[in-house]
Design a protein around this ligand. Structure first.
Ligand code: IPM
Ligand code: MG
Length: 359
């Protein structure tokens, strides 16, 4: 049966990079993968069209699809929207929460061809292969109460709530242990249990779940130390599991270890493995429309979709091998160009990947 993929390009460089990923999907379709691609507006462009960054039709399409491919949302044009519920970022949070995509996988892999693009010394990052598992539908991003009100003394007071229930911690921990079992069997849980009660509970529940995975070596690290260790000696990590906000921050740091945030894909999965796939970078309004953006993070997100939702590990390998082959040939978008090889634009890079897949 044909698999339905919702294509949500979004804002900024979103349409350009998703366009290249769609070329990849179409190539796979021509080679026999039964896919039905349906596009819908999301983010600022959806706000401009429909007055809503996540229109009902887009949300229904995303929910009905087998998988969602998202570009990026947001930009300065919408940063000043007074109604916060209409902001492009809300569309992203709405999709995550409405689709119950609680497990966010953010791999940070250094392609050996790009070792010189990292700002860290090659020996610190060579061979880097980390998986960050970020809790995505809870924590301070969604906790209530939240708002901006008045203090008893009458001054303005802003507040958010960092809250996790036992079951929320347990399911993300299980997700991370399962992934660790398929990798190096080492899991580091990152928290702030020295200060926050919610993180004391986090640590307790992770340790309870650990009993079901005796083959996985578990460690715990405070988030400030984890940030330091990530830039000091990142190869000590195999899988990291952490809450929503810490995962947001640490995954950007981990991305830069690999040279460019333009290389890193992500998967956000629900309990049945249905997912939304997107590059971890943003909409990069400064380079939008110039054909300079790196489409590889989005193309690698397609590989994750093939692996995690479509059950096509062979095709996922094929896409990843094509990326590696094109990097071997020296093709580089500006973000990963360091003076060697050939500088190319977004669509040239996409075309090269398509050609390498066909080979
Ligand atoms: C990310 C982004 C989002 C987040 C923003 C755009 C809401 O930074 O996916 O990491 O904070 O989760
Ligand atoms: Mg982020």
């Amino acid at each position: 049966m044909s698999k339905k993929i919702a294509i949500l390009p979004g804002d900024g460089i979103g349409p350009e990079i998703v366009g290249e990923a769609v070329k990849v999907l179409e190539t796979l379709r021509e080679n026999g993968l039964d896919l039905d691609l349906v596009e819908a507006p999301v983010g600022g462009m959806a706000y401009d069209l429909h007055g809503d960054s996540l229109p009902d039709e887009t949300l229904s399409l995303a929910k009905a699809a087998d998988a969602v491919l998202l570009g990026a949302v947001g930009g300065p044009k919408w940063d000043g929207l007074a109604d916060r519920s209409k902001r492009p970022e809300k569309a992203l949070l709405g999709l995550r929460s409405e689709m119950a995509l609680f497990s966010n996988l953010r791999p940070a892999i250094l392609y050996p061809q790009l070792a010189d693009a990292s700002t860290l010394k090659p020996e610190v990052v060579a061979g880097l292969d980390i998986m960050i598992v970020r809790e995505l539908t809870g924590g301070i991003y969604f906790g209530e109460p939240r708002g901006i009100g008045k203090s008893p003394a009458g001054e303005r007071r802003g507040y958010n709530t960092l809250v996790y229930t036992e079951s929320e911690i347990e399911r993300i921990a299980r997700s991370a242990f399962e992934i660790a079992m398929k990798r190096g069997r080492r899991l580091c849980s990152v928290d702030k249990a020295n200060v926050l009660e919610v993180m004391v509970l986090w640590r307790e529940v992770v340790n309870e779940v650990a009993r079901d995975y005796p083959d996985v070596e578990v460690s715990h690290m405070y988030v400030d130390n984890a940030a330091m260790q990530l830039v000091r000696a990142p190869k000590q990590f195999d899988v990291i599991v952490t809450g929503n906000m810490f995962g947001d921050i640490l995954s950007d740091a981990a991305a830069m270890l690999t040279g460019s945030i333009g290389m890193l894909p992500s998967a956000s999965l629900d309990k049945n493995g249905k997912g939304m796939y997107e590059p971890i970078h943003g909409s990069a309004p400064d380079i939008a429309g110039q054909g300079k953006a790196n489409p590889l993070a989005t193309i690698l997100s397609v590989a994750m979709m093939l692996r995690y939702t479509l059950d096509e590990a062979g095709l996922a390998d094929k896409v990843e091998r094509a990326v590696s082959a094109v990097l071997d040939r020296g093709l580089r978008t500006p973000d990963i160009y360091t003076g060697n090889g050939t500088e190319v634009g977004t669509s040239e890079m996409g075309d090269a990947i398509v050609a390498a897949i066909a080979n």
